[in-house]
Write a protein that binds this ligand. Structure first.
Ligand code: R5P
Length: 320
C-alpha cells in the first residue's frame, strides 16, 4: 500500500476512535463498525460490518488496560477480517501491550511476551498484514520492528519529535537541558536533537523492584540553576522512574521540569476502579507539566495526537 488512497475502509477499537475520526474527516474514507459482544462469563465475540471482501483495511487498535482483554479483541478482529475476505490489513497499535517484555531478563525459563503477541498477530494476518506501533519500547527500536518475522512489514513510529516540538512551541524552555532517565534510549536521541540542539544528561537507573528504582548520574553536573529541563521516557507506569529523576533534578536546582512520555499507563486500582493518580504525585515532587500522546485512555493537561504520525507512516512519508 502506498498511501491512504489505497485504504477502502477504516476500523477502530474504542480507545482509538478519535484517531480514526481524524483520518475520516480528512479523507472521507468509509468507517466500519466493530461490535464486541461480551458473554456473561466475560468471553467475547467480534462482529464486523459492513462486508469487507477484497477490501484494503486500516485497523487502529490500542491495547492499554485491560491489556490482555484488548489483545484478545485485536486477535479476534484480525481473524474476522481474514475470514470475511479482506485483501490487506494495515494494523496500527498505538500502545503495544507487553512491549517492555521484549527479552528474557533473567534466564531461559521466562516468557518473552512482546514476541508472543507479534507471533499471534503474524499468524492471524499473514501474509497480507503490515503493522505499525508507536514507541513500543523505544530504547531499542525506532523504524523496522524486529519482533515480527521478516516477511511482515512492521514499523515502530516515534512520537518523540512531536512531544519535543509541542514543549518548545508551548513553553519555550529557557536554557533547556534534556534528561534521559535510562541510558539505553539511544534510537530516539536524534529526533529530540532536531528540536532541542542542547546538552543531554543521562541518568542511570537501577531497578530495585516494580515500585522502586535508584537514580544516579555519572556526569559531573554541579548545578542546573536557570535551566529548564525536559525528561523523556516512553512510558509512565507507576511513575517511580520519573519521581526519582525529578527528585535528583531538584537537588541540582533545575527550574521548570517538563515530563514527556509517549504512553501514560498508570497502574489500575481494581478496588477503587480507577487508575492511580500518578500525575499528581509527579506534580507534587516538582513536575511543571506532563506531556504525552493519546495512545491510552489516561490524559494529563498536555497531550498530542498520534493521528498525523499515523497518517504520515501509512502514506509512506518520512515518519520522522
Ligand atoms: C522502561 O523500560 C520504561 O522505559 C519506563 O522507564 C518504565 O516503564 C517506567 O515505569 P515506572 O513509571 O513504573 O517507573
Amino acid at each position: 500500500m502506498q498511501s491512504f488512497k489505497d485504504v477502502d475502509i477504516i476500523f477502530a477499537g474504542k480507545e482509538s476512535e478519535d484517531v480514526a475520526k481524524y483520518i475520516h474527516r480528512k479523507t472521507h474514507i468509509e468507517e466500519g463498525n466493530i461490535e464486541i459482544i461480551t458473554f456473561p462469563d466475560t468471553e467475547c465475540l467480534v462482529e464486523i460490518t459492513p462486508d469487507i471482501k477484497d477490501k484494503n483495511i486500516l485497523y487502529i487498535k490500542s491495547t492499554p488496560y485491560p491489556q490482555d482483554k484488548n489483545l484478545m479483541e485485536l486477535f479476534l478482529t484480525i481473524d474476522a477480517f481474514r475470514k470475511n475476505g479482506a485483501k490487506k490489513i494495515e494494523l496500527v497499535i498505538p500502545y503495544y501491550a507487553h512491549a517492555r517484555q521484549d527479552r528474557m531478563f533473567e534466564n531461559n525459563i521466562q516468557s518473552e511476551s512482546a514476541e508472543t503477541v507479534a507471533k499471534i498477530i503474524a499468524a492471524l494476518g499473514s501474509p497480507k498484514i503490515e503493522v505499525y506501533t508507536i514507541d513500543a519500547h523505544f530504547h531499542r527500536h525506532v523504524g523496522d520492528y524486529p519482533l515480527f518475522s521478516t516477511d511482515i512489514k512492521a514499523f515502530n513510529i516515534t512520537a518523540v519529535k512531536e512531544l519535543a516540538k509541542h514543549i518548545k512551541d508551548k513553553y519555550d524552555p529557557r536554557n533547556p537541558k534534556i534528561v534521559i532517565p535510562d541510558k539505553g534510549q539511544q534510537p530516539t536521541h536524534k529526533y529530540i536533537k532536531e528540536i532541542f540542539d542542547t546538552d543531554f544528561i543521562f541518568l542511570s537507573k537501577r531497578r530495585l523492584g516494580s515500585r522502586n528504582v535508584e537514580i544516579t548520574c555519572d556526569q559531573d553536573i554541579s548545578t542546573l540553576k536557570n535551566s529548564d529541563v525536559i525528561i523523556f521516557d516512553d512510558i509512565i507506569g507507576t511513575g517511580i522512574t520519573l519521581q526519582k529523576s525529578i527528585e535528583w533534578l531538584k537537588t541540582k536546582d533545575a527550574d521548570r521540569i517538563f515530563v514527556a512520555a509517549t504512553h501514560l499507563m498508570y497502574p489500575y486500582d481494581e478496588k477503587n476502579r480507577k487508575h492511580e493518580d500518578v500525575g499528581s504525585i509527579l506534580r507534587d515532587v516538582g513536575a511543571t507539566e506532563i506531556i504525552s500522546a493519546n495512545t491510552t485512555d489516561i490524559k494529563e493537561n498536555g497531550q498530542i495526537s498520534v493521528a498525523p504520525l499515523i497518517e504520515r507512516a501509512i502514506s509512506n512519508e518520512d515518519f520522522a
